[in-house]
Design a protein. Sequence first.
Length: 81
Amino acid sequence: MEKFRASLARQGLVRSTDRAVIGGVCAGVGRRLGLTPWVTRLLFLVTLVVIPGSQFLVYPLLWFLMPSEDSTVSVVHAPSR
């Protein structure tokens, strides 16, 4: 699991700690895509209307899988074995 989280961190997909409203998932995804957190949250809500219920699975899954910004400093800069 840590290798997967480190891979996400290297790709720039991390949960935001300073712009988080709930878990920082939308802010992290928005940062990775070059969007503001509010635009990402709006798109998330629009997809909730288009595909009802999917976000109740996707958001918690991303919250669990995406590393936090705080934890990525040590993961990304740690020497590989």
